[in-house]
Write a protein that binds this ligand. Structure first.
Ligand code: PA5
Length: 424
């Protein structure tokens, strides 16, 4: 993974260096607000090896008896898994060892109804994931799907097909799990939801779907070596945080995460949650949005090129794609495309990216670049860790606690009032 700032205006970056280094040290020395949620920093080398082996064993069992694993969870208990799963799956038809399907990440009755129809004649297991164990969306989905799985397999067999990932000690899900004797995995106390893909939250479903989680963990390990380094010149995560802060102070309050490979779409969804829930506090924060190009060049591209100059872009490019296709010469050339004869589509896509970068920079939109070597679990893990360090440093530079999410409670209060929940 290479971080490249050549299309960014970095001439004043030096002025932000000290502030960024102070924020970085606050993070690494665990001296800031939210410091009890920093377990993710060293988790790449400091994880529960017994649980890791138990995850692999459970994944093998799921692969042997289930065509589908229903992964129930929302926010940080959903997006990391979805991001990796979506990036690693073929676009069409190829079913991984066990197909992951998702529930409990919204409240659509239509969706659950169709999901139940889809799994009816298939063998499946359930992995319900909730750190608090009390979140409404996954709790409702689990209640409904538990009924389905018990109806299909009987209570005893269903019990062997339900896997719970939750807090070590507390929460309704933990109580239920203890009562029923489900196999249970832990969301560590010191890791918040949006940083938890490195724990059983992400590892169990990803391993069940056939993803090499050793490679994934190696990516985190390598990234830790690179982005925990206390040196502004060497650590691009600190530089990136400093740049973001500089842009923000110069009125750039929107960051657009850009990809040119649709497989990365849910990486952007994961990123949006990470930055929105970490930074959006006390009426501050850079608003994270994402585009999938070249699709969105025919939509939001207009706004980026010509709209208000209140944004900057971070482009994720991919150096090597697994599969490609060549454009052949055509005798009649009625579509006028012969100038592309012999060219690969990845080359055309790359030129679209470079051309768009030139256009946007000319139009006043600074452009940061993150180049992935390829799309694989290792590179994705590195990207995750890079962004996690960045958001910690950025949050502290902004003067907020990056590790809580108090704003998420307000909608729940209003919803519970309307639903007549006791105590609201
Ligand atoms: O990052 C976070 O902490 C949140 O997005 C949570 O992951 C999300 O609200 C789900 O919470 P829980 O895992 O407790 O059900």
């Amino acid at each position: 993974m290479i971080i490249d700032f050549k299309n960014a205006d970095v001439k004043n970056l030096e002025n932000y260096k000290q502030k960024a280094m102070d924020a970085f040290n606050t993070l690494i020395e665990k001296k800031g607000e939210g410091n009890d949620f920093l377990g993710w920093i060293d988790r790449p080398i400091d994880y529960d090896k017994n649980e890791y082996e138990r995850i692999k064993k459970a994944a093998l069992k799921i692969q042997s008896d289930s065509q589908i694993l229903i992964t129930i969870g929302i926010g940080g208990s959903y997006l990391g898994t979805k991001a990796v799963d979506y990036a690693m799956k073929n676009y069409f038809g190829n079913t991984p060892k066990t197909e992951l399907i998702y529930a409990g990440h919204q409240l659509s009755g239509q969706y659950l109804n169709e999901l139940i129809e889809y799994i009816k004649d298939k063998d499946y297991s359930i992995n319900v994931i909730s750190k608090s164990g009390t979140t409404t969306e996954p709790a409702i989905a689990f209640r409904l799907l538990r009924e389905e799985i018990e109806k299909k397999y009987g209570k005893e067999e269903a019990r062997k097909r339900i896997y719970v990932t939750t807090d070590r000690k507390k929460g309704a899900l933990k109580t239920l799990s203890d009562n029923e004797g489900y196999e249970t995995f832990v969301v560590p106390d010191d890791i918040g939801g949006r940083f938890s893909v490195i724990s059983a939250v992400g590892l169990l479903p990803l391993c069940a779907s056939g993803i090499d989680i050793d490679q994934f963990m190696d990516g985190f390990k390598e990234a830790r070596e690179e982005f925990k380094v206390n040196d502004f010149e060497k650590n691009t995560a600190i530089q990136y945080a400093a740049l973001r802060n500089m842009y923000y102070e110069n009125g750039k309050s929107i960051e657009v995460l850009v990809n040119y490979e649709p497989k990365l779409k849910y990486i952007s969804e994961w990123w949006k949650q990470l930055f929105a829930e970490s930074e959006g506090k006390d009426h501050k924060g850079i608003f994270p949005v994402s585009v999938n190009n070249t699709t969105d060049l025919h939509s939001l591209g207009q706004m980026i090129q010509d709209g208000q100059r209140n944004l900057f872009e971070t482009v994720i490019s991919v150096k090597n794609v697994d599969k490609d296709i060549e454009i052949k010469s055509d005798e009649e050339n009625l579509d006028g495309l012969n100038y592309l004869s012999g060219k690969k589509l990845s080359y055309v896509n790359e030129m679209a990216m470079e051309g768009t970068t030139i256009a946007h920079v000319k139009g006043g939109v600074d452009n940061l670049r993150i180049e992935l070597e390829g799309i694989n679990p290792k590179e994705i893990a590195k990207l995750f860790y890079f962004f996690e360090i960045t958001v910690g440093v950025s949050g502290y530079m902004l003067g907020v606690n990056p590790f809580n999410q108090p704003g998420v409670e307000e909608y729940k209060t209003q919803m519970f009032k309307l639903l007549g929940k006791e105590g609201y």
